[in-house]
Design a protein around this ligand. Structure first.
Ligand code: ZN
Length: 81
């Protein structure tokens, strides 16, 4: 797919809709945290890393009570409970 620019207007509160196709291509789902940074006068939006809340690992991360947790820490939590 060609990387065409899409023009969207920013609303009075500074919000803008990220086109669905771009979110899909970048694997950004509803509710995912995104990170903003500026670079050379441009705003870069990236999907924020959702590492395990206990160890920071991004491998085998699932969610427990809405928080990201890796499989290893999930097993440790299970043993502690
Ligand atoms: Zn972990």
């Amino acid at each position: 797919m060609k990387n065409e620019g899409v023009v969207r207007a920013i609303d009075p509160l500074g919000r803008v809709v990220i086109p669905k196709e771009m979110r899909k291509r970048c694997r950004i789902e509803v509710g995912d945290p995104v990170e903003f940074r500026t670079e050379g006068g441009q705003i870069i939006i990236t999907r924020a890393a959702q590492g395990c809340v206990f160890c920071g690992s991004e491998v085998s991360v699932d969610h427990l009570l809405g928080q990201p947790i890796c499989l290893s820490c999930r097993e440790k939590v299970k043993k502690e409970a």
